[in-house]
Design a protein around this ligand. Structure first.
Ligand code: UT7
Length: 333
């Protein structure tokens, strides 16, 4: 029997109904559709509306759909890991809330925060629980309600982000498919360039933090852009080298959707043509932990058993990384 690897055996995504277009943003801040499309590739993004609705709404919808698709009972889930930068509350974890909503009463559940690299960190972590033989069914969620931390008066950030997410089922396989390798990195000195300053233990919420708009995402766009281009391309090249992969071996690049120009630079460095790159940034913008599962969900019916996928991301922290996996099933959609 081959070594136990963690295979993705199902994927489901969820985006809220409300569409925030570039046209509508033009009425909110000094921007225009042409600038947004040419600088980022984004045309619209989804927004979760409704009182008291947090990221768990997105996560639970994705997990419910996933269970239906894979025909797995919620009680059979061993573990739920939710990657998110916008938890419903600081505690309890959003993963616990999702587990309760879907009826996963036998699962332990926790959140993992690595901003835009969150899904990769969680997928890698979840895989280890499968590879050791400890657990049989691990659900990895990547979801964010970015609209809850965006200042819709700041044109440098409000045009980029949206709400959405997805969930994958991880199960053991011994036929060589599944997660093959991962490289995860971080550099905390990047925190000054991309952060939400207040609301944590260092700077709890106060009238002053609200007045100074410190409960919103702040970024030095150009510095983040430069670091993202270099790091995402470097780490993708590194994982290809480590696994003796050339561009022809790769069926799909699944990049974090932060900016079309960052995606293009990564694909170029890997020598991968546009036809092999999953891009849906024009519809959803940057959903932080949600981008990669949303891509896998939308491309599921084109994925074939044995396809080599490279997942790559960069985000706040700084955090970045890439995962090499062999897709484990043919879609029967
Ligand atoms: O997921 C990981 C986290 N985030 C990222 O990866 C984002 C990385 N950064 C970026 O994607 C880009 O830096 C942005 C899209 C945020 C900005 O694009 P840029 O090409 O770096 O623009 P910039 O900040 O250098 O600004 C260029 C010009 C400036 O005007 P001046 O000084 O040249 O007159 C800005 O004031 O564009 C102006 N500008 C805008 N104009 C219209 C900035 N934002 C906007 C806007 N609409 N929304």
């Amino acid at each position: 029997m081959g070594k136990i690897k963690a295979a993705i055996t199902g994927i489901e995504g969820y985006v809220p109904d409300y569409i925030l277009t570039n046209k509508e943003l033009e009425t909110m801040v000094d921007t225009n559709d042409e600038w947004i499309v040419s600088r980022t590739g984004i045309k619209e993004r989804r927004i979760l509306k409704g009182k008291d609705k947090g990221t768990s709404v997105i996560g639970a919808k994705a997990v419910e759909g996933l269970l239906k698709k894979t025909n797995i009972d919620a009680k059979e889930i061993d573990l739920i890991i939710c990657a998110t930068a916008t938890p419903d509350m600081i505690f309890p974890s959003t993963a616990c809330i999702i587990a309760d909503k879907v009826g996963a009463t036998n699962a332990f559940a926790y959140d993992l925060m690595a901003a835009c690299s969150g899904f990769l960190y969680a997928l890698s972590t979840g895989s280890k629980f499968i590879e050791t033989g400890a657990y049989k069914r691990v659900v990895v969620v990547g979801a964010d309600k970015m609209s809850s931390i965006i200042n819709y008066e700041d044109r440098a950030t409000c045009i980029i982000f949206g709400d959405g997410g997805g969930a994958v089922m991880l199960e053991p396989c011994t036929n060589g498919l599944g997660v093959q390798d991962s490289i995860l990195k971080s550099d905390g000195s990047g925190s000054e360039f991309l952060h939400m300053k207040a609301g944590g233990s260092a700077k709890p919420a106060s009238y002053a933090t609200i007045d100074s708009k410190e409960h919103f995402v702040w970024q030095d766009g150009q510095t983040v852009f430069k670091a993202a281009v270099t790091s995402m391309a470097d780490v993708s090249e590194e994982i290809m080298k480590n696994n003796n992969l050339c561009s022809n071996d790769i069926a799909w690049l699944v990049p974090h959707q932060a900016n079309q120009r960052i995606i293009d630079a990564t694909a170029r460095r890997m020598g991968v043509g546009n036809e092999k790159v999953m891009v849906n940034i024009e519809k959803y913008g940057n959903t932080t932990s949600g981008t990669i599962p949303l891509c896998l969900w939308e491309w599921e019916d084109q994925l074939k058993k044995g396809d080599n996928l490279i997942l790559a991301a960069f985000g706040g922290g700084f955090t970045w990384g890439s995962i090499y996996l062999k897709w484990a099933y043919d879609s029967n959609k």
